[in-house]
Design a protein around this ligand. Structure first.
Ligand SMILES: Nc1ncnc2c1ncn2[C@@H]1O[C@H](COP(=O)(O)OP(=O)(O)OP(=O)(O)O)[C@@H](O)[C@H]1O
Ligand SMILES: [Mg+2]
Length: 571
């Protein structure tokens, strides 16, 4: 039904009077309400209802003291599930959850005053659930024909979305400063870490290079000393002096090995190792390295996964860490040695230079002095030590760092001055089972009559090696590089063993030469002698099948045993 039919004297067909609410208002029986039957509505009431219906702004009129509700289409949208129940209802019944608020509105406006609220927060049950709603509310009195206030017209503009958006924005702005500071700090830390890596890389290259040449010098001295020793067995005075010199060479060799370890270029002999067993085996020995005032505890997870590492170097690393902890404990304290599995996801590798995956974590924790930032920043540098002259070389952590990195793991250090330090070593999990320890089963050195081809570019090293092998009863051929070695091999196909340096000049690489020599028709055994390796003979940290490595500087006995063993186990 159209309003016009209710008010026949209305001559204008106004579009704004034709919505859903116009029909509902026309159809509604108003007789029992404060407004009375529709056909008796006053001019003023009719005019206000028409104004309300034509407005695109949500408007509701509360008529009389009861506040009988009559509203437009826009307000129906605002009312949600309460529409159309609200039409013709007293306002306190329509919105019981805010009855007191509306009572005040009606009373105030019927007394002729107005009310306004900006972003007023009220809790409404529009759709059965309580929800916080923000609104701009403006209330003003509506006059009857005689001029006295008889109702209230309310402009209801919901501002919930705007308020929430502003709130969010405000919070964002308030935390912006903190977030920028955090981002900057993270960036500075990442840059610092990168600088540290670069610095260690540069020092590593330098140290590795020096150690390599140093090793060759030691090899020459060592080999010749041993040859002299053999020739002067009947002169005890000389033997004593030679012995002192050999010990000095051994010390130099150890230093070179430590430097190479840091440079990640020490020749490693990785094997499958059970870390729980390794730590259990080491415990007694470690305990002996500690004074009684320091207690060593272990927490070993017995289902710890296997590792593929150089067992000797791992023992060495743990010993270094325990000794560092010992030195950090002044009066008395505790050291904890832990072994546990660690599965790193993408999130928790943050800070560790490792891809996600399965790792074994070996950690040494002490409650000693801890490290200030200035020490922590330099702890991996070779020759960096805070200990008194003669107490520390500063190579301990450098070696640990180099060895762990070379074994595809990483070192994580947490330390606090006055509280203590945890140095954790992470190694990738190895799914193979532990191999038999062949060390004990090796046959002792014996003299042979086989032919050995020595390939070495440093003439002095070559000559001393030839001498030693000759002393051992081998027939020795030699070449100064792999190209020359190949020519020798072709002329002497009965070579039984190739004894080769790893890094040499020439067009053929040592590993290629080894492949040829070990294949038919030669079928020679191969021993590499090296004090310095890159990945030429190591692939993914392992030696190629059938390749034996002798570390420089080597002793007469090392050479004898390794060559004999390689010949005896040749297929
Ligand atoms: N557990 C620890 N607690 C406190 N400081 C430590 C700890 N471990 C290492 N440091 C600090 O790091 C420095 C370097 O350690 P690193 O093991 O490389 O050398 P060092 O122990 O001084 O000498 P070296 O190990 O060659 O005998 C130490 O001098 C010490 O200041
Ligand atoms: Mg140390």
């Amino acid at each position: 039904m159209k309003l016009e039919s209710v008010w026949p004297e209305q001559s204008f067909d106004c579009e704004g009077w034709r919505g859903e609410m116009a029909s509902r208002i026309a159809a509604f029986d108003w007789s029992d309400t404060a407004m009375g039957p529709i056909d008796r509505w006053s001019k003023s009431l009719r005019a206000t209802v028409q104004l309300l219906l034509a407005s695109p702004v949500p408007l509701v009129m509360l008529w009389g003291r009861a506040g009988t509700m009559i509203y437009n289409d826009a307000y129906a949208g605002f009312a949600g599930g309460r529409h159309p129940f609200l039409l013709g209802k007293p306002v306190e019944e329509g919105w019981p959850e805010i009855a007191a608020f509306n009572r005040n509105v009606v009373d105030t406006c019927l007394s002729g005053a107005t009310l306004s609220y900006a972003d007023k927060r009220l809790t409404l049950h529009r759709n059965g659930q309580p929800e916080d709603v923000w609104m701009d509310l403006h209330y003003s009195p509506v006059a009857e024909d005689d001029g006295h206030p008889a109702g209230v017209i309310a402009v209801v503009v919901e501002t919930t979305r705007k308020v929430l958006a502003e709130d969010k924005l405000l919070k964002l702005t308030q935390t912006l400063e903190r977030r920028v500071a955090e981002a900057v700090a993270a960036r500075v830390e990442a840059e610092e870490r990168f600088r540290q890596v670069q610095k260690l890389e540069a020092i590593g290259n330098l140290t590795g290079g020096v150690a390599h040449d140093f090793n060759n010098v030691l090899q020459i001295i060592s080999a010749n000393l041993q040859l002299i020793e053999l020739a002067t067995r009947d002169k005890p005075e000389l033997t004593r002096r030679l012995h002192v010199m050999s010990e000095a060479v051994a010390r130099g060799g150890k230093l070179a090995a430590q430097m190479l370890a840091f440079a990640r270029r020490q020749p490693l002999n990785p094997a499958v190792v059970n870390p729980a067993k390794l730590v259990a085996d080491m415990c007694e020995f470690l305990q002996r390295a500690l004074p009684e005032s320091i207690k060593l505890k272990t927490s070993v997870s017995y289902d710890a996964w296997n590792l593929f590492v150089d067992r000797h170097q791992l023992e060495n690393a743990l010993l270094n860490l325990v000794i560092n902890s010992r030195d950090a404990i002044a009066q008395g304290g505790n050291i904890l040695l832990e072994v546990e599995n660690a599965t790193l996801g993408d999130a928790n590798t943050a800070g560790l230079a490792l891809p996600a995956g399965d790792y074994v974590r070996l950690a040494v924790t002490d409650d000693g002095a801890g490290m200030p930032d200035s020490v922590k920043a330099r702890m991996f540098e070779p020759f960096y030590s805070t200990k008194a002259e003669g107490q520390g070389t500063g190579l301990g952590l450098s070696m640990v760092f180099g060895f762990v990195s070379q074994s595809a793991g990483c070192v994580d250090v947490k330390t606090k001055v006055g509280e203590g330090t945890t140095v954790a070593l992470y190694f990738p999990r190895c799914t193979q089972s532990e191999s038999q320890d062949l060390d004990g089963a090796r046959p002792g050195a014996s003299r042979g009559g086989e032919t050995v081809l020595v390939v070495e570019d440093d003439a002095d090293v070559r000559l001393s090696t030839i001498d030693m092998l000759a002393q051992l009863g081998y027939k020795v051929l030699s070449a100064e590089d792999a190209d020359a070695a190949l020519a020798v091999l072709r002329k002497n196909p009965k070579v039984d063993l190739l004894f080769s340096d790893v890094v040499m000049p020439g067009t053929i690489r040592a590993d290629a030469l080894a492949k040829i020599a070990s294949a038919p028709p030669y079928n020679a055994a191969v021993v590499f002698a090296s004090g310095y390796t890159r990945d030429i003979i190591f692939h993914e940290g392992r030696l190629d099948e059938g390749v034996v490595l002798l570390k420089k500087p080597f002793t007469f006995d090392d050479l004898a045993r390794t060559v004999r063993n390689a010949l005896d186990t040749r297929h």
